[in-house]
Ligand binder design. Structure first.
Ligand SMILES: [Zn+2]
Length: 478
């Protein structure tokens, strides 16, 4: 042993110890990072929202948003200075669902920002991109929306304000959702001050499909019919002699154009949309039972849906309410107001044999390479109607379309079940919203439920029902 060999041995030992320490630190860091990315990251990111999103955006290009049939409805491009910008190729068509990025975020852009800024391309590709200073492509969001149905709803609504909601009743997938007035998410930043100028009373950011509440008019007769059936243990026996109007206390209920419908049973009262018959049914119902039926159908309740931020519908009568008000409420005026989404959910449950599926818009997240990262599972809110109630409502809603108030609307070869509504909303009762709610079914059993409201348009049979027919055509044609 020379004196020189001793320090050499020590140096070797020190190198070994140092290497082990670094290896342990490296493994600990890798473990922490792995856990962070795999499990805790979403909560962590959302806790410190703004700064962390921008950190991800340094490495990942925000992913695309697609319709169910594969059309790109939001993507990231570069402007002439090479700066990343968000582009919405269809401008206003999907504005209330997709939302925007720019002045903060809204819609699916806000709800799925984390997922769109994650990349699930291979680790090797991510490292290569990182080494060459390139960003990795973010994951994509596929919505439940159908391009053609959405376009038909958007164009059919035209210059009217209002909303259209269409749902696949078997799963709760939202197939179309349009609200007007609307905005172009491409230019939201430019017009931001105008949009938010309270003196201009702009409501373009409001999604009327989920957050607008309207008098339901005669579409509410679906609820009153269920209340009558429940009060009579499912027995639909009923007779009424309509004289075109009905006095209740100091108030007169009129049938449309004061038409005398004569002798009616429940089916003909429903398909004629007889106000006198339904006002009479309403005042004769036990008040608490009427309220219970409405609340069992999610009036005065938060709607069961995977969407956040929806407005409650109102059923505002109780044991102290005057009979004349109850009579008006039973025909969808008075103390009730609904969102188009809620009405669509009610007919969707009828189309699905009484079972209500919770509506949703985001179907799945896919990586750039087409691998499914996460998939929304349909959620049932349970049965809100019995099979026998559904069978009766189906026959009544079929009569509306065959020879009732929507008898003149051309629904093509589809089997359609519906209810029209013409809802008064002005003091002098001259102004009316045009409603249609219902569903269509083709020979293969494919179904689509819909609610249409056109503000101030007039008769439901003349405006909203033909628009529903256009959306059905667009959807079933494929
Ligand atoms: Zn009548």
């Amino acid at each position: 042993m020379t004196r020189e060999s001793l320090p050499k041995k020590n140096i070797r030992k020190e190198i070994y110890v140092t290497a082990v320490i670094f290896a342990v630190i490296f493994l600990a860091m890798a473990f922490f990072l792995f856990n962070f990315v795999k499990s805790d990251s979403k909560e962590f990111i959302y806790n410190s929202y703004n700064s962390r999103f921008s950190v991800f955006a340094d490495d990942v290009v925000r992913g695309n948003i697609y319709t169910a049939d594969g059309r790109v409805i939001a993507k990231t491009s570069k402007d002439e200075d090479g700066k990343e910008i968000r582009v919405y190729p269809d401008e206003r068509l999907f504005c209330h669902e997709v939302g925007y990025v720019g002045k903060g975020m809204a819609g699916l852009e806000a709800g799925y920002s984390f997922e769109l800024l994650k990349s699930h391309i291979t680790l090797q590709d991510q490292i290569n991109n990182s080494l060459t200073g390139q960003k990795s492509p973010g994951d994509s969001l596929y919505t439940t929306l159908d391009y053609d149905a959405q376009k038909a709803a958007f164009e059919g609504l035209g210059l009217y304000e209002g909303a259209v909601v269409a749902i696949d009743p078997d799963a709760g997938k939202i197939i179309a959702m349009v609200s007007k007035p609307d905005y172009d998410p491409n230019t939201i930043a430019k017009y931001w001050d105008d949009i938010n100028d309270s003196s201009k009373n702009s409501s373009v950011l409001l999604n009327r499909a989920t957050n607008g509440v309207y008098p339901p008019g005669s579409t509410f007769k679906i609820v009153t019919t269920l209340a009558y059936l429940r009060a009579n243990n499912g027995n639909s026996d009923y007779s009424f002699n309509c004289k075109g109007k009905l006095d209740i206390d100091d108030y007169t209920i009129h049938c449309s154009s004061n038409k005398q419908h004569g002798s009616e049973d429940l089916l003909s009262a429903f398909s004629n949309s007889c106000n006198s018959a339904y006002a009479s049914i309403g005042v004769n119902l036990d008040r608490d039972e009427f309220v219970k039926t409405a609340e069992d159908l999610y009036f005065n309740q938060k709607l069961p849906t995977l969407l956040d931020n929806t407005k409650k519908s109102v059923f505002g009568i109780d044991s102290t309410t005057k009979e004349s008000i109850v009579a008006q409420t039973a025909i969808g005026q008075g103390e009730t107001s609904v969102s188009p989404l809620h009405m669509c959910m009610l007919v969707s449950a009828i189309a699905n044999d009484g079972e209500l599926m919770e509506p949703y818009l985001a179907d799945r997240i896919e990586s750039e390479e087409g691998e499914i990262i996460s998939q929304t599972e349909a959620v049932s809110a349970g049965n809100i109607m019995s099979s026998s109630e559904v069978a009766l409502l189906n026959s009544y809603m079929e009569a509306v379309v065959m020879d009732g108030t929507a008898g003149k609307v051309d629904f093509g070869d589809l089997s359609v079940y519906g209810k029209t509504g013409t809802a008064e909303y002005s003091e002098n009762k001259k102004l009316t919203h045009s409603w249609f709610v219902g569903y269509a079914k083709d020979d293969d059993g494919k179904k689509l439920a819909i609610a249409v409201i056109m503000e101030g348009a007039g008769y439901g049979s003349k405006y909203a029902a033909p628009l529903a027919a256009k959306v059905f055509n667009a959807y079933f044609q494929e």
